[in-house]
Unconditional design. Structure first.
Length: 197
């Protein structure tokens, strides 16, 4: 019997492969999170809920945090989806930081006593945010909105500052703080005109 044919919860399942099996696993992971919380969620429990075996999970997601993060991604827009080009560096940058903040806040809503999942998701969101901001600045450079010399250190600064805020605050980062990061720190540097505060 293959992993996609194994019974789950006493019911036999039709053979599932590829996307169908992955969706069943992600649904099961979300159900496991909701039922027992992150600390008690296990790969074995998720496999049982999905009607498959642990090997099917590990072939797709090497670790429990990665699988549970993928399950959360189905409920929150993943950052690795390219941001819309609004035609404005400011609007694009704000959208990236708001998405990171939203994702990290969603992670905090999951019962996670040790903070392992939240830390993993925060790290993942920051890495994806760096990539997004690099693209945002590249587009802005093509539109003539940034100084020609602006590179990765400047484009990644807002994400780094937001990450610090997320680590220090017990709750969500206020939108006013996100706006200040962009308007007071990032935009002056991106334009080649540092703002003296």
């Amino acid at each position: 019997m293959t992993d996609s044919e194994r019974p789950g919860n006493g019911r036999s399942r039709t053979r599932r492969r590829g996307v169908l099996l992955e969706e069943a696993i992600l649904d099961a992971a979300w159900a496991e999170l909701a039922a027992v919380g992150y600390a008690q969620a296990t790969m074995a429990g998720i496999a049982a809920r999905a009607g498959t075996n642990k090997a099917a999970l590990y072939r797709r997601w090497p670790s429990r945090p990665e699988l549970l993060a993928a399950a959360i991604d189905r409920r929150v827009v993943p950052l690795d989806v390219p941001t819309a080009d609004t035609g404005s560096l400011r609007s694009d940058a704000l959208a990236v930081l708001r998405a990171i903040s939203h994702r990290c806040q969603a992670a905090r809503a999951v019962p996670d006593p040790g903070g392992e999942l939240a830390a993993y998701l925060r790290k993942k969101a920051v890495a994806e945010g760096f990539e997004q901001m690099d693209r945002v600045v590249q587009r802005a450079r093509q539109r003539g909105e940034t100084a020609a010399h602006v590179g990765a250190p400047v484009s990644r600064l807002p994400v780094s500052v937001l990450h610090s805020e997320l680590c220090l605050r017990p709750g969500p980062v206020p939108d006013e703080a996100i706006t200040e990061i962009i308007d007071d720190l990032f935009l002056p540097l991106a334009a080649g005109r540092p703002k003296l505060i």
